[in-house]
Write a protein that binds this ligand. Structure first.
Ligand code: DC
Length: 464
């Protein structure tokens, strides 16, 4: 591969098992047992091995033999037989790709990163697994653990190679991608970055404790955030996810959960219009464009992110619950219909989302606030279903409310929101429509998350 000392590069050192793929356990056990009976003799003492995760193959052999010296002496013969067995037994059926593995490698490759393997596997076995899984062609080099008694021996080899290729000159970023605390420890020891993925035996929380640079549930999620970590990525910012739709379509809950899942910031633009409406009601400001725009200028509306979720502050006061009360709901469509109010709100929302990494919900996000959003979703549901959902929420504050009342209110608000002159509620042409009438919240989130994965990874191909 050509190297160029003047180009700032990123080098990703990617682990295999638990990160990119999983080999069925019984197949791995079978391969090791057979090899053991041929090379060492007798039953393989599995009880001596606490866990194989994050270990090198030589380290595993040493643990099984109970002695490092013997392991080193036996290694050549043992791994030669082991690799032959592995090449026969590890077929495509014995391998499961980790979710998002291909998306991640494609995104990394497009972003200009150099990919190499950093794995505890013995060399032949590591390449065999990658080849069978169809992933070998992404990697220009590999650093393996058939002759390393611990994982920490591997990064210096990778770094030495990177230096010889001049990837390290000009301050290239080197990032380890792995699924175990050992991967993280290894990276930290050499001052390298580490992206951890919870697709192996360790959970998200167990990995986070070891303080990787970032932790993801799986590589598909990491693919979305790659540009945060790679100086070479063509996207200047993180994705913007725009979610629009009528009241009660499930936008708010879905957007919040989606943001949590992606590690993005959630911005509820309806809450901003609601806060302004509350300020107008409290100060007796007349409901006209000029008066409301002037009020917005002297009012502070903040969306604060707290451990209890997003809270809305009006002039420093927490109004999160207050803005959901019927008096605010009854006036908010009117307040949000005025052009100067809308123009000012859109400007604020554009600033809030400018750096990306946001899920923003509202009525005009995909059409007016971020017409170039990376992903646009339009959520709908039939009126009766939306009204039932809303009634459920509102019952606590107003037990006298009936389904007919809510249907009437929602219908009226839909009419106002979609018939106003400035930035009415409408589906952006390039938005996908998700009808949530018969979907659970989990299904809504999953569907959008899947779409985002496809869409963002796909769209980065069209960038320069
Ligand atoms: O999503 P919500 O019900 O909290 O929104 C309250 C109102 O605010 C909604 O009826 C219309 C208005 N709104 C808007 O006009 N544009 C947005 N981007 C968000 C909300």
């Amino acid at each position: 591969m050509a190297s160029n000392a003047s180009v700032k590069r990123a080098l990703l050192l990617v682990d295999i098992d638990g990160t990119l793929l999983r080999v069925h356990r019984h197949v791995t056990r079978h391969v090791w047992s057979e090899t053991w009976s041929v090379v060492v003799g007798g039953e393989l003492p599995w009880h001596r091995l606490d866990s194989a995760a994050g270990k090198t193959d030589l380290q595993i052999l040493a643990q099984l033999l109970g002695d490092v010296y013997t392991a080193r002496v036996l290694a050549r013969d043992f791994f030669s037989v082991l690799a032959s067995h592995a090449e026969r037994a590890i077929t495509r059926d014995a391998i499961e790709l980790c979710p998002g593995a291909t998306d991640f490698l494609e995104a990394a490759e497009r972003s200009g990163a150099v990919l190499a393997i950093l794995s505890g596997n013995e060399t032949r076995i590591g390449w065999h697994k990658l080849r069978v899984a169809g992933l070998d062609s992404y990697f220009v080099a590999g650093f393996f653990g058939g002759d390393a008694i611990e994982r920490a021996e591997l990064p210096p080899r990778a770094l030495q190679w990177a230096m010889s290729q001049q990837y390290l000159s000009q301050g290239a970023w080197v990032i380890v991608v792995g699924d175990t605390p050992n991967d993280i420890a290894c990276a930290r020891r050499y001052g390298l970055g580490c992206l951890a993925v919870a697709s192996g035996p360790y959970s998200f929380d167990e990995l986070t404790v070891h303080q990787p640079m970032a932790c993801f549930r799986h590589l598909g999620q990491a693919a979305l955030s790659l540009h945060r970590f790679l100086p070479t990525h063509p996207m200047a910012r993180q994705p913007i996810i725009a979610i629009d739709g009528p009241a009660g379509s499930g936008k708010t809950t879905t957007a919040r959960l989606l943001a949590e899942r992606l590690g993005f910031t959630y911005i509820d633009t309806g809450a901003m219009y609601r806060a302004l409406t509350l300020a107008a009601l409290e100060h007796g400001v007349p409901m006209n464009d000029e008066a409301l725009a002037a009020l917005l200028e002297r009012t502070s509306i903040e969306l604060r992110h707290t451990p209890q979720g997003q809270r809305t502050y009006l002039d420093g006061r927490d109004v999160t619950e207050r803005i959901r009360m019927p008096d605010v709901t009854a006036h908010v469509s009117q307040v949000s219909s005025f052009p100067s109010v809308r123009a000012a709100m859109v400007r604020i929302q554009q600033q809030l989302g400018a750096r990306g990494g946001v899920v923003m919900d509202g009525r005009d996000i995909g059409t007016a606030v971020f017409p170039d959003a990376d992903v646009k979703v339009y959520m709908t549901a039939d009126l009766a279903t939306r009204a039932e959902r809303r009634l459920e929420e509102l019952r606590a504050t107003d037990p006298t409310l009936t389904l007919d009342d809510v249907i009437r209110q929602l219908d009226e608000r839909d009419q106002l929101d979609s018939s106003r002159e400035h930035n009415p509620l409408r589906r952006a042409e390039d938005a996908i429509v998700i009808d949530t009438t018969n979907l659970s919240i989990e299904e809504q989130v999953e569907r959008i998350a899947r779409y985002i994965r496809e869409r963002v990874v796909e769209s980065s191909t069209t960038l320069p």
